[in-house]
Design a protein around this ligand. Structure first.
Ligand SMILES: NC(=O)c1ccc[n+]([C@@H]2O[C@H](COP(=O)([O-])OP(=O)(O)OC[C@H]3O[C@@H](n4cnc5c(N)ncnc54)[C@H](OP(=O)(O)O)[C@@H]3O)[C@@H](O)[C@H]2O)c1
Length: 271
């Protein structure tokens, strides 16, 4: 009989979800239950079940019960007005579930200790959910938030990554070797030593776009929100906290250096 733990991935069909899905099933201790709105999704990976849902509390709860899941991880990327209702339903389902007592909501962004309201849209989505999660304290639900800054995936050519590219979102375009300097140029932003062709977005340019953020939302203000996130330093994880958390939560894991990772990529034929 299969004794593996069932981990539920809400939105596990997406870009980040595919990475997590692949890694979880590589470890024989886990099987994956994918939550999706799609009615016709066939998993390409083994040790996986698929569950169609519209993310009502009752629907999620019945899937947690049916699978005897022990953890629910959200990788959903949705419109801002949908984030809180969906995630509130996920929290409530976990609270009622007999087995699923660990939850990670869809944050996956930057330094929320110093900048709890950046990205700016997070003030209306992730920040209120954090309050809802804190209010679960008397219960037996364990939750955590995972935030690490930009995914380094964006340095890869698009075809070597699952992460979709939104033009202008990430300041570096590794195909065209261009870099958009956001802010004054003095804000610390570490990339690589290879010279880039540069374009510039000053603090004034970014502030002008942000002034339109509420009144004229659209693709440009979405980019400006990310630019603001970058120039304030909110994308960066503070070194002290990062080292402390690395010791506390990941002491059994050896992290590859960049040089080791590049050597491994070369040996494995990825470069
Ligand atoms: N730090 C970074 O550099 C960085 C970069 C990218 C993303 N992120 C974060 O990582 C998380 C995942 O992002 P991603 O790029 O992997 O997302 P994604 O691929 O765009 O979407 C993930 C899944 O969300 C589900 N979804 C979309 N709209 C929904 C809705 N209205 N209701 C319910 N489910 C919906 C879809 O699943 P179905 O269609 O199967 O239902 C989709 O496959 C997000 O929180 C995002 O902000 C962080």
């Amino acid at each position: 009989m299969d004794k593996s733990e069932v981990i539920v991935l809400a939105g596990g069909t997406g870009d980040l979800g595919r990475y997590l899905h692949e890694e979880l099933i590589k470890d024989g201790s886990y099987t994956v239950a994918l939550l999706t709105r799609k009615t016709d999704y066939s998993p390409s990976l083994p040790r996986t079940t698929v569950h169609q849902t519209e993310y009502t509390e009752s629907s999620v709860l019945s899937i947690l019960d049916e699978t005897s899941a022990t953890a629910l991880i959200s990788l959903i990327r949705c419109d801002g007005n949908e984030y809180l209702p969906i995630h509130t339903a996920l929290v409530k389902a976990c609270l009622q579930s007999e087995t699923c007592k660990r939850f990670i909501p869809s944050e996956w962004a930057g330094n929320i200790e110093t900048f709890p309201h950046l990205l700016r849209s997070y003030a209306h989505t992730r920040a209120p959910l954090r309050d809802i999660l804190k209010a679960t304290a008397p219960s037996d639900l364990k939750w955590t938030l995972v935030n690490f800054g930009w995914f380094m995936e964006y340095f890869l050519p698009e075809e070597k990554s699952y992460m979709k590219r939104i033009p202008g979102e990430f300041p570096v375009d590794p195909m065209a070797w261009t870099y958009t300097v956001r802010g004054t140029g003095d804000e610390p932003q570490g990339w690589t030593y290879r010279p880039f062709k540069r374009s510039y977005r000053s603090l004034e340019d970014i502030a002008a776009s942000m002034a339109e953020y509420d009144t004229n939302p659209g693709p440009q203000s979405d980019i400006a929100e990310l630019e603001e996130w970058t120039v304030t330093g909110a994308t960066a994880c503070p070194k002290d906290t990062t080292l402390r958390q690395r010791e506390k939560y990941f002491s059994g894991i050896r992290f590859l250096t960049i040089a080791e990772m590049l050597r491994k990529a070369e040996v494995d034929g990825h470069l």
